[in-house]
Design a binder for this molecule. Structure first.
Ligand code: ADP
Ligand code: GLC
Length: 482
């Protein structure tokens, strides 16, 4: 098969810069696609972390005045990832979170910053870097959303375009006055163009103009066409349902490999699962929990935001204590939730442990040592932590939404060879508490618990089959003459 060249456009990529699952996906998919004959380069903003991670950097383009300052495009690599980095210090030369100032608020020029990213992607798409002319441009989330719009309004022959929605809650809305500054024509400001409730909608523009739209699970693809799940974009997504599909995320099974994981206390695998226990002991110690193997240890690794439904878990704490369960929480985000979790740990030391922060290594130990992983999301486009949990033998307890619905098989609804976890819905405190109790009851039956763990550990959560779906899509739209 003819190799296909794809330009991936993303605001985060693991291991360089990450605020959530988006980075995991944009970091792992290009590598999985190599095996499918797809040659990917990723266009990334030139944050300090990106500039310093770039190996064998070479300048391929330069501008004297690019969206208000000098800029250049660097080509290079980082490990197995081929990158194009937009080095524009006036836009991206800021350390830390890619979207937020040190005060924790959106940078006031985020519209300009990510229009610049998308504009550059479009330039590359139109042949601006002769050594890499892509057949397909794959834009991720609102930060890359204007890419298909710029390509459309260029009026030139262009590559095929895909927009992947990782989270419809983040839409990138900016004032109409920016239209000229970001180089969009006046007649683009219509409902059939980039206009979105009186503003410029970056995600909306991508949804409007991409040849294909994907989202990260089949169930979320259905949910976002509804009025509630559509979050204002449901009508447009319904209108484009013929071009919309859900492709589940995978995880990088080399990064997440319990048989060779330097961040855990004791390695283990499907064939040799006993090493798990030492990780539970280490996890209990790390979180100040009683060293008790008979108590089920629930783990949480999450952003603390409304989406993730962890306020419901706080409301379940009395039930959880009553049942003698233990809880280890690693998360950060919403200040009120952080305070509530801290207070719960203080009041229940030995049974509840909380670490507020972001810690990749500790996330691995939680997956390896927790008996179950709780993901009570109100909505979840795909979710990656439950996939890591499957691979590490932490039984997922999840809400019945989005990718959680698609990736976990409930114990009471599936035969015992298939069951991998517990699901509850609608998303209420009572239903979560009932799911926790169901899990605790099964935990007491050691043989049945081991079976459900083993089912999870033998589930294929890799990118292999998922990458081939993207590859098929790329081939469909590559070179179809746009
Ligand atoms: P989302 O992208 O909505 O936050 P996902 O489940 O898709 O949710 O991805 C979250 C990713 O971020 C996973 O790789 C998870 O392990 C990681 N993660 C989330 N919170 C933390 C944290 N506090 N510390 C370390 N890793 C975290
Ligand atoms: C978003 C979603 C999450 C998904 C991730 C990667 O952050 O919230 O569900 O797994 O993107 O696609």
């Amino acid at each position: 098969m003819r190799p296909v060249r794809a330009l991936s456009v993303a605001s985060e990529i693991y291991p360089i810069i990450k605020t959530g699952g988006l980075a995991d996906v944009t970091g792992a998919l290009p590598i999985a696609l190599k095996a499918e004959g797809i040659e990917t380069r990723t266009l990334l903003p030139g944050y300090p972390a990106a500039i310093s991670a770039l190996e064998k950097a070479e300048q391929v383009l330069a501008w004297r005045d690019f969206f208000g300052g000098p800029a250049r495009l660097l080509s290079g690599s980082c490990g197995a990832l081929d990158l194009l980095v937009l080095d524009a210090p006036h836009l991206f030369g800021r350390p830390g979170n890619p979207y937020l100032s040190p005060e924790g608020v959106d940078w006031p020029d985020n519209g300009l910053r990510f229009a610049a990213l998308a504009g550059t992607a479009a330039d590359i798409g139109l042949g601006g870097v002769p050594s890499f002319v892509p057949d397909v441009v794959h834009a991720h989330d609102w930060q890359a959303g204007l890419t298909p719009a710029y390509l459309h309004y260029s009026g030139q022959p262009r590559p095929g375009t895909i927009l992947t929605v990782h989270n419809l809650a983040f839409q990138g809305r900016f004032p109409q006055q920016m239209l000229r500054e970001i180089g969009l024509p006046p007649d683009s400001f219509t409902m059939a163009g980039v206009e979105y409730y009186g503003d410029i909608g970056f995600l909306k523009a991508g949804l409007q103009f991409a040849d294909r739209i994907t989202t990260v699970s089949p169930t979320y693809a259905v949910e976002i066409q509804g009025d509630e799940g559509g979050m204002g974009l449901g009508g447009l997504l319904r209108a484009r349902s013929g071009q919309l599909q859900g492709i589940l995320n995978g995880i990088d099974i080399d990064v997440w490999n319990p048989a060779a994981d330097g961040d855990i206390s004791s390695s283990f695998s499907l064939d040799d699962p006993d090493g798990r226990l030492a990780n539970k002991v280490a996890l209990q110690r790390r979180f100040g929990l009683q060293p008790n193997n008979e108590a089920i240890l629930l783990g949480v690794i999450s952003r603390l935001s409304w989406q993730k439904g962890l306020d419901l878990l706080i409301e379940c704490i009395p039930a959880l204590l009553d049942e003698g369960m233990q809880l280890a929480v690693l998360g950060s985000g919403d200040a009120e939730l952080e305070d509530k979790f801290r207070a719960a740990a203080k009041a229940n030391a030995g049974q509840i442990g909380v670490l507020i922060g972001y810690d990749e290594k500790l996330a691995h130990l939680i997956q390896a040592g927790a008996d179950a992983l709780v993901v009570p999301s109100r909505f979840e486009p795909c979710g990656l932590t439950q996939l890591c949990a499957l691979r590490y033998g932490a039984v997922p307890i999840v809400s019945r939404v989005g990718g959680l619905e698609d990736t976990i098989h409930d114990f009471d609804e599936t035969d015992s060879d298939q069951a991998t976890g517990f699901k509850f819905g609608p998303v209420t405190t009572e239903n979560l508490a009932a799911a926790l109790r169901r899990a605790n009851a099964l935990f007491r039956n050691k043989a049945a618990w081991k079976k459900i763990q083993m089912n999870g550990m033998s589930t294929d959560v890799s990118w292999r089959s998922r990458a081939s779906q993207y590859a098929r899509l790329y081939r469909e739209i590559a070179g179809s003459g746009h």
